[in-house]
Each structure stands twice: as structure tokens, then as C-alpha cells.
Write a new protein. Structure first.
Length: 255
């Protein structure tokens, strides 16, 4: 039987796997006096034995509070979702992109929040498939508003809901547009029919040579046809005065 001083007993238990339980008990809240009674030694000897094992001692009289169970990644995810009714949008409350889509870390990479909501609620997403918002709310994470679709289905849904920003800002409606639809058609017409060089067009219209070159060679405004769409069909107004003004600057007659 070990003696009360516990010298030989503790020296043996430091190499015994069972002594690891003493460290575990101490970290869970047991005091040195309780451990000394459990191992039949003095409190001082238990303190020295734990100190040799590199245990950090807590202040006397303070017992650590029991820690709540750690949340899983899925539970943390749903804490950032503002859940409402079944038919309502569940908006993402954490970080968002400028486009309105939420994003978060899935353990390996950053992904959209609505994709993770579909994975947690429904299942994995097949390769090459997209998640479509039936509510057209980029921040929504309600699984009832999310459905699978091909990239073509997603594009059709985007156009049907009027959320295709590239078409809204195309042509003269774009913030950085330097020419109008009418000017583009007239530039191409004058260059093709009349004896006008690109440099002369640039000087007469006050437009940079690079823009004139891009318009003529269809590096820009390539979506705007020359024959099937007349200036009147683009603006909805009579453009004879505009055509005459552009042609007059080049010394040409209007058709």
C-alpha cells in the first residue's frame, strides 16, 4: 500500500497511463485536495506531480464554469439566417457581396450562402448545376425558394425577372458611353459609303480615334446592326436632322 506522503506512489504514477486521468479530472474542475484523496497522497505532493507534468494551475477558489457544447458548422450557419415563415424569404445576416449574395466559409473554401443552405437542407449539388432563386432575392436562404437548374435555366430565369444588368446598361444607356446609337450607325455608314477616313471622322465628331476604330471594326457596339435597325427604330423619334448635321460636318449629302 502506498504511504501518505505518496512519494514513491506518485513517481510511479507519473509514468502510468492512469495518472493522465488526474490531469483530466483537474481540468474538469476537481480540486487538488479531492485529487489527493483519490490518489491517497497529500495535496502538496499532488501539486508537485501535476507541476512536473506541465499543468497550468487555476487561481485558488475558482472552479471553471462548464462550457456549453460546441456548435457544428451547420448550426452556426443557420444562426446567421433570419428565418421567417415558410413562404417568406430567409435573409442572410452575415457578410454579403455587393451583388447582395451572402457568402461564408464551408470548412474548405468560401461559398455562397444560398448554396450552403440548399446543401444543408436538401443535399449535395450535382456538378455543373446551379441554384436558382425563385424569389429573385439574392440574400434568401429559404430552401423552399431554391431549386436546381442548368446555367441556361439560370440565365433564362434572370432575363425573365429583368435582372440582366448587362442589357440595361448596354449602348448609349451605359454610364461610360461616349457615342450614341445613332452616331455609331452613321459612323459605319459614312466610312463604308462615303470617302471619309477614320482620322477625319475623329476630328469632325470630336471623338477619339480609338473609339472610331473600335466602332468601325466592331470591337465595340457589335450588337448594333446597320441595316435591320434604323436610327428611328432605336430612339423612337425622327432623326433626319441628326443625320443631316453629322453629314454636313463631313461635307456629305444625306440620303
Amino acid at each position: 500500500m502506498p504511504t501518505r506522503n505518496g512519494g514513491r506512489y506518485l513517481m510511479n504514477t507519473t509514468r502510468d497511463r492512469k495518472f493522465d486521468r488526474a490531469i483530466m479530472f483537474y481540468k474538469r474542475g476537481m480540486t487538488l485536495q479531492q485529487l489527493a484523496g483519490l490518489y491517497n497522497c497529500t495535496r502538496q505532493n499532488m501539486h508537485e506531480a501535476l507541476k512536473r507534468r506541465g499543468v497550468r494551475f487555476r487561481p485558488i477558489g475558482k472552479v471553471p464554469k462548464p462550457q456549453p457544447p460546441r456548435l457544428t458548422r451547420e448550426q452556426k450557419f443557420w444562426l446567421n439566417v433570419d428565418k421567417g415563415g415558410v413562404d417568406q424569404c430567409w435573409n442572410w445576416k452575415a457578410s454579403k457581396l455587393k451583388s447582395g449574395y451572402g457568402h461564408c466559409w464551408d470548412g474548405e473554401k468560401s461559398d455562397y450562402s444560398h448554396r450552403l443552405a440548399y446543401i444543408y437542407a436538401v443535399g449535395s449539388i450535382p456538378e455543373g448545376m446551379n441554384i436558382i432563386h425563385s424569389c429573385s432575392n439574392p440574400s434568401c436562404c429559404n430552401p423552399a425558394h431554391l431549386k436546381l437548374g442548368t446555367p441556361a435555366d439560370r440565365a433564362h430565369h434572370r432575363d425573365a425577372m429583368g435582372r440582366n444588368g448587362s442589357y440595361k446598361c448596354r449602348g448609349e444607356n451605359h454610364l461610360n458611353a461616349r457615342v450614341t446609337n445613332i452616331q455609331v450607325q452613321q459612323i459605319r455608314k459614312l466610312y463604308a459609303v462615303e470617302d471619309v477616313t477614320q482620322a477625319k471622322l475623329s476630328r469632325q465628331l470630336g471623338i477619339s480615334y480609338s473609339i472610331i476604330w473600335s466602332v468601325i471594326h466592331r470591337r465595340s457596339w457589335n450588337w448594333l446592326p446597320d441595316d435591320s435597325m434604323t436610327p428611328s427604330t432605336i430612339s423612337g423619334e425622327s432623326t433626319s436632322a441628326d443625320e443631316a448635321g453629322i453629314a454636313e460636318n463631313h461635307g456629305c449629302r444625306t440620303a
